[in-house]
Design a protein around this ligand. Structure first.
Ligand SMILES: *Cc1c(COP(=O)(O)O)cnc(C)c1O
Length: 377
């Protein structure tokens, strides 16, 4: 699904000396590289504060701790996402409230959020799924009307921009009250281990969060709040700082691959290609962390098996809705609340997507998919 070896080979000359510098200085924790990367990412995103941490799951948890959410508070998020989002809500003894998604964008359904709001609701966590920002104008308006926090889970959409109703643009992760991201190796901006970060434009919240990531310390050995130990280590920061200048090029390569895929599958009666590449979309409106098709009248699992038999990687994100995961079932949910997610888990397939795909590989992938679908009608 990804080709990190070829990508590394092309940037080895920049990455290796950057890592070597950390080794030579032995500044493994909180070294200058971490600070440099933080500043460079703040500039890139146009956000006031980036607080690096150990991974994207911690980033979400720390964002919720920073907002002071309390046990019993309800947090609304999407049923169709990676489990980390709901996991940290549950870990903090907050109440996860899962809602359905939109069938075209795969992102959280704003009408479903509105329906799920109760007096106990304190926050909404939109996930910018597969690299496409959620409907942030509507979500922010809803949050304002109901006095809720918005925590963007930006693990899959770093570098994407959201276009507001007035035509202005903001980078995903710089719109909500706070946002989280992940630098897991296969993410659009990935390090060579685990890493993550929290973003916010709120000075006070940033201060609170900087203490939380460091054992609740604001002054050495004074522990004012219960914190965690969640740091981005300097070697990972060195990798990320070397890769950040390439992020736009990487995302453009992903979009170009998505355009070629879309072209190959265009107008096929059994295939809906992803949105985000229409003429009126900006060149960074979708950064294709995943390229995901929605199939109609196709045996998806048979297609997966066929591709695997031809050594073509593919993925099913996500095969089980969160509301049906053993850890997160809840009497409050009715199957009839999740018609879209319940359908998508059976009909989606994600094709290889990374920065190094060439035309020959794309041709091989698309022709294999098409010949399977056309010969099994
Ligand atoms: C990857 C991911 C996370 C978790 O990030 P880690 O760094 O692996 O902890 C959270 N949310 C979403 C949507 C993700 O894709």
């Amino acid at each position: 699904m990804v080709d990190l070896q070829s990508q590394y080979a092309k940037i080895k000359d920049i990455v290796d000396p950057s890592i070597q510098e950390v080794m030579d200085n032995a500044t493994f924790i909180n070294g200058p590289k971490v600070h440099e990367f933080q500043k460079n990412l703040e500039n890139y995103l146009g956000v006031k504060h980036v607080i690096p941490c150990a991974n994207g799951t911690d980033a979400l948890q720390i964002a919720m701790m920073g907002l002071g959410l309390q046990p019993g508070d309800e947090v609304i998020t999407a049923d169709f996402t990676f489990a980390a989002t709901v996991e940290v809500i549950a870990l903090l003894q907050l109440t996860p409230v899962l809602v359905d998604v939109d069938p075209i964008t795969f992102n959280i359904d704003v009408a479903a959020i509105e329906k799920a709001i109760t007096p106990k609701t304190k926050a909404i966590v939109p996930v910018h799924l597969f690299g496409l920002p959620a409907e942030m104008d509507a979500i922010m308006a809803l949050a304002k009307a109901h006095n809720l926090y918005v925590i963007e889970d930006n693990a899959q959409a770093i570098g994407a921009s959201y276009t507001h109703k007035d035509g202005s643009k903001t980078k995903a992760g710089a719109i909500g009250h706070v946002a989280s991201t992940s630098f897991f190796p296969s993410k659009n901006l990935g390090c060579y281990g685990d890493g993550g970060a929290i973003f916010t434009n709120d000075d006070e919240l940033a201060h609170t969060i900087r203490g939380i990531v460091n054992h609740g310390m604001y002054e050495r050995y004074h522990h004012d709040v219960v914190g965690v130990n969640s740091r981005l280590d300097s070697i990972q920061a060195a990798v990320l700082d070397a890769k950040l200048p390439h992020l736009d090029t990487y995302n453009t390569a992903r979009r170009n691959t998505a355009k070629k895929y879309n072209e190959a599958f265009k107008n096929h009666p059994n295939i809906t290609t992803p949105t985000g590449l229409e003429a009126n979309d900006g060149d960074d409106s979708h950064v294709f962390h995943q390229y995901t098709l929605n199939l109609k009248d196709v045996d998806r699992d048979a297609l997966v098996a066929h591709l695997q038999s031809k050594n073509i990687p593919c993925g099913v994100y996500y095969p089980i809705p969160l509301h049906r995961q053993k850890a997160y079932t809840d009497d409050r949910y009715n199957e009839s609340d999740f018609p879209v997610t319940n359908a998508l888990i059976k009909s989606v397939i994600s094709l290889p997507m990374h920065t190094e795909l060439d035309d020959e590989q794309i041709e091989c992938i698309t022709s294999t998919v098409l010949s399977f679908i056309d010969s099994n009608k």
